[in-house]
Write a protein that binds this ligand. Sequence first.
Ligand code: ADP
Ligand code: MG
Length: 251
Amino acid sequence: MNALDIAIAAKTYRKNSDTPALANLAFTVPSGQFLCIIGPSGCGKTTLLSIVAGLDRDFVGTVGRADQTRIGFVFQTPRLMPWLSARDNVRLALDPPPGNEGRAEALLREMNLGNQLDSYPGHLSGGQQRRVALARAFVNDPQLLLLDEPFTSLDAPTAQQLRDLLLALWLRQRPTVVFVTHDLREALSLGDRILFLSAAPGRVVLDLPVELARPRSPDGPAVEAARKRLLDLYPDLLSGLDKQRNAEDAA
Ligand code: ADP
Ligand code: MG
């Protein structure tokens, strides 16, 4: 059964009414799949996730998913409440709040934050804040997990630790995942499948299964070979993405 059945005819922001943010974007996601969505900056990835999450209902089209689907969301920035401890940031997301008392703490310990349970976000590193955000997204055992470039602006080892944590939790709990990135190595190291979106308004230009054995390393030879093969096959499609990544790496 499909966890998601997306058909967006058009999404236009009122402030930007001459150009749609999304147009004619359709795809389905089978239950339990780890889908990566990759596309250039401004092509509508964040807009798409907001629509899939039900946070944005101002669009023309349909988002099919089971009623009462439990959704976890990891935003582009951690978005923690600065006046709450790490533990209380995660507990705040618990649904309903008094249930599963130990779950927030157990997840944070699993994320190696056992010594920071009572720390406030301002006292946590960027990587630690991301871990709290990941724990918050998992705390209700989501059936659908949406992640919006969650590990950008972290150093490479920290980003990799977070990817490993995410994969371990996904393998255990098996939510359907939609993971947005503009990093092809990251998509190839994480996904069962990659959807490539065009520049704005984002349309699906390529829908590829990733048939690499797990575990995979984003800097390992299998991912590098798959990346080279894709760049050979679709040079125009991917050159923009790689340029963007190189510019960010240089920054
Ligand atoms: P991405 O996440 O792929 O970088 P976004 O979904 O953030 O892209 O944005 C897609 C397009 O919609 C961009 O042209 C952006 O400027 C525009 N946009 C995004 N959010 C808003 C908003 N709140 N109001 C007006 N335009 C927006
Ligand atoms: Mg975005």
